[in-house]
Design a protein around this ligand. Structure first.
Ligand code: PMV
Length: 324
């Protein structure tokens, strides 16, 4: 018998091969598969408490009561949980993240992964990792990748049950770091949930999707062989391809600030000069610099020569979503 309350912790993830665009937006079934690394230093912890007397779900994020779109989105997601459990109960949901939310840092990934796990545990619903990943995907696509551990691949499929993420290698397999370079803290103007809907308006999206299996294969192999040179090349190509689609959508989406481009060019120069580092950017202006642990200090020194950076967070690969 479950107590009606459970807490779970999940890490956000950084995509090496990006998810952009859906086959079915209502189920977040992606147009292409993707590969990511969980970010062990960043986390969202969520408590779900079902209460017989509640008439609607309530939501608190970092001690702030939520109303409006963020509450509505969570309530829709909780509807999936209620259908699954055949329960009519509503819940108090409290969530805390240790990193800025809605700034292109994939806060929705850790949030929905933690919520999926906490809510199902609170109701005593047994889920395999696969099922939990598919369920988290309904809240935010990339949340599917925050359920398994370490380096993760999310499979594209036309069915709900077929589109889940699975670990390629555990967090200890490769001592990489994600150096998250914050140049802007405010929320982005177009969130990824709306951005996905524009992907197919770009003439480049079909090419990007068609070539995805090749990029996935190169990235998977680079991870398995701990081959940084090949990883760097494919991570940057894939990020640029996604931003090319964003910039050529109608209406166009420009997430980069001038400083974003300046840092991208610097990273490419540093790599040419022998530093093992590459860069990827999500739906925001902040950057993720990926490097083997041994290069973190050198990259930090190089970043000090750039003005306009607000902060840098460094994260190793992270584990799976788990109950706390
Ligand atoms: O899960 P969403 O809807 O926040 O989409 C994530 C989109 C990107 O971060 C830009 C790419 C990715 O694969 O994480």
């Amino acid at each position: 018998m479950s107590s009606g309350t459970a807490s779970a912790l999940a890490h956000p993830n950084i995509a090496f091969i990006k998810y952009w665009g859906n086959l079915d937006g209502s189920l977040n079934l992606p147009s292409n598969g993707s590969i990511s690394m969980n970010l062990g230093s960043l986390q969202t912890a969520t408590t779900v408490q079902f209460e017989p007397l509640l008439t609607a779900d309530t939501l608190e994020i970092n001690q702030q009561t939520q109303t409006g779109p963020s509450l509505k989105r969570v309530q829709n997601f909780m509807g999936h949980i209620r259908r699954l459990s055949k329960s009519g109960l509503f819940a108090h949901i409290r969530s805390e993240s240790n990193f800025p939310i809605s700034a292109g840092l994939a806060s929705s990934a850790s949030a929905y992964a933690a919520l999926a796990l906490a809510a199902t545990a609170a109701l005593g619903i047994d889920q395999t990792e696969k099922e939990l990943s598919s369920l988290a995907r309904l809240g935010s696509g990339s949340a599917a990748r925050s359920i398994p551990a370490g380096f993760v691949e999310w499979h594209a499929s036309e069915t709900h049950a077929g589109s889940f993420a699975k670990s390629i290698a555990g967090p200890d397999y490769w001592d990489l770091r994600d150096m998250i370079v914050i140049i802007q803290k405010q929320p982005k103007s177009t969130g990824s949930a709306d951005g996905h809907g524009l992907a197919d308006t770009s003439p480049f999206q079909s090419l990007r999707v068609e070539n995805a299996p090749t990029r996935l294969e190169i990235c998977r192999q680079a991870i398995l062989e701990r081959d940084f040179a090949h990883l760097a090349e494919i991570v940057e190509l894939d990020s640029m391809m996604m931003h090319a689609v964003m910039m050529t959508s109608r209406p166009p989406l420009f997430y980069w600030e001038p400083l974003t481009l300046q840092i991208i060019k610097s990273v490419q120069n540093w790599r040419r000069d022998g530093l093992q580092v590459c860069v990827t950017v999500d739906a925001g202006s902040n950057l993720h610099l990926i490097c083997p642990f041994g290069y973190t200090q050198m990259v930090t020194e190089m970043l000090k020569t750039t003005s306009g950076i607000q902060s840098v967070m460094v994260s190793p690969p992270g584990g799976p979503a788990h109950l706390i």
